[in-house]
Write a protein that binds this ligand. Structure first.
Ligand code: UDP
Length: 325
């Protein structure tokens, strides 16, 4: 089956493409390279273009005989979404609408959608299951939820089959060292910690030490990027088996604090990573931990690489490679 991966030149998308190819799928990537990297796509056709270009997408779906889409292409920085909500609405929602129209025109009826724990907003309980109220507290989460709603409507209205996968904290890198996280600016904890280890940064800041958690720093549920990709493969299979519409968390049911992440990174790298305490980052909830019962029940998915040592070892390999090149 031929798969179109939007955003396949990005962090999670590029790992997905590699995994799909390893599973013998034919892959086409559509990416505008606004945040992605051309050299992250190897072995698949890369079309440089806009997911909101309905004619281009419809033509591509037909020409490449696409059977299913995996849709990663979206902006994903919370702070940027607060500063420019319209940019997020236009890119994440309006263009997703165009993508769905193109799919409908080309009679492609399977989609795996990259969603986020940010759809839940301020957590009311832990671990967070899919029945938790979805009340996003920033435009990024709101745009992802808007697409989820669109997909529900498309399922009811004309039978589009889709799965939205709500990622908790994506982390880690390709165990073979070819791919990894390359954001500019980098805002995520693990790459920043490892940049402080490699000397690319002087230190890592710890945003807030006064949360109601075991050591006062925020708890997050870190899940290895390859575990996330594995869940997408299973979602494709679920759709191929006649699945209709689902929204599913991807996490591990175990949280780590910021200080625990830094300690694990010190252990794995053998480097005493300099850290400085800093004020809380606006909008950060104290804890976000996923319930994984639904992922297990529907997709038969369980993370296998999402322990901190493995995540950090894989991300450290990538960081050292980035520094060397
Ligand atoms: N964090 C931190 N210092 C940094 C970057 C992040 O202390 O330089 C904290 C952040 O406050 C959050 C956790 O690390 O509690 C994970 O943040 P990240 O931006 O990686 O992911 P998010 O949870 O925001 O999706």
């Amino acid at each position: 089956m031929n798969v179109l991966v939007t955003g396949g030149a990005g962090y999670i998308g590029s790992h997905m493409v590699k995994m799909l190819l390893a599973h013998g799928r034919n892959v086409t990537v559509l990416d505008d390279l606004s945040t992605g990297h051309r050299d992250a796509v190897a072995g698949a056709r890369l079309v440089e273009g806009d997911i909101g270009d309905e004619a281009l997408v419809a033509q591509l779906l037909a020409a490449e005989a696409i059977g299913a889409l995996i849709h990663f292409a979206a902006f994903s920085l919370v702070a940027e979404s607060v500063a420019d909500p319209e940019k997020y609405r236009r890119n994440n929602v309006v263009k997703a609408e165009a993508l769905l129209r193109a799919m409908r025109a080309a009679k492609v009826d399977r989609l795996v959608h990259s969603s986020t724990a940010a759809v839940y907003g301020e957590p009311q309980y832990q671990p967070i299951d899919e029945a938790h109220p979805a009340q996003p507290v920033n435009p990024y989460g709101a745009t992802k939820l808007a697409v989820e709603r669109m997909l529900e409507a498309a399922h009811a209205d004309y039978g589009l089959h889709s799965v939205s996968l709500r990622y908790f904290n994506a982390a880690g890198a390709d165990p073979e060292g070819r791919l990894g996280e390359r954001h500019d600016p980098e805002t995520h904890l693990i790459p920043l910690v490892l940049q402080a280890a490699s000397g690319r940064r002087k230190s890592v800041q710890v945003f807030g030490g006064d949360f109601a958690t075991r050591d006062g720093t925020c708890v997050r549920d870190y899940v290895h990027v390859n575990d996330l990709c594995e869940a997408h493969l299973r979602a494709l299979d679920w759709l191929a088996g006649g699945g209709g519409r689902e929204a599913i968390n991807l996490g591990t049911e175990h949280g780590a604090t910021v200080l625990e992440v830094i300690e694990a990174a010190c252990r794995e790298t053998g480097i005493d990573i300099p850290k400085v305490m800093a004020p809380r980052r606006p909008g950060d909830p104290a804890a976000l931990v996923a319930s994984t019962a639904r992922a297990e029940r529907i997709l038969g998915w369980r993370p296998t690489r999402s322990d901190l040592p493995t995540i950090i070892r894989d991300a450290w390999r990538w960081e050292r490679r980035s520094v060397a090149s």
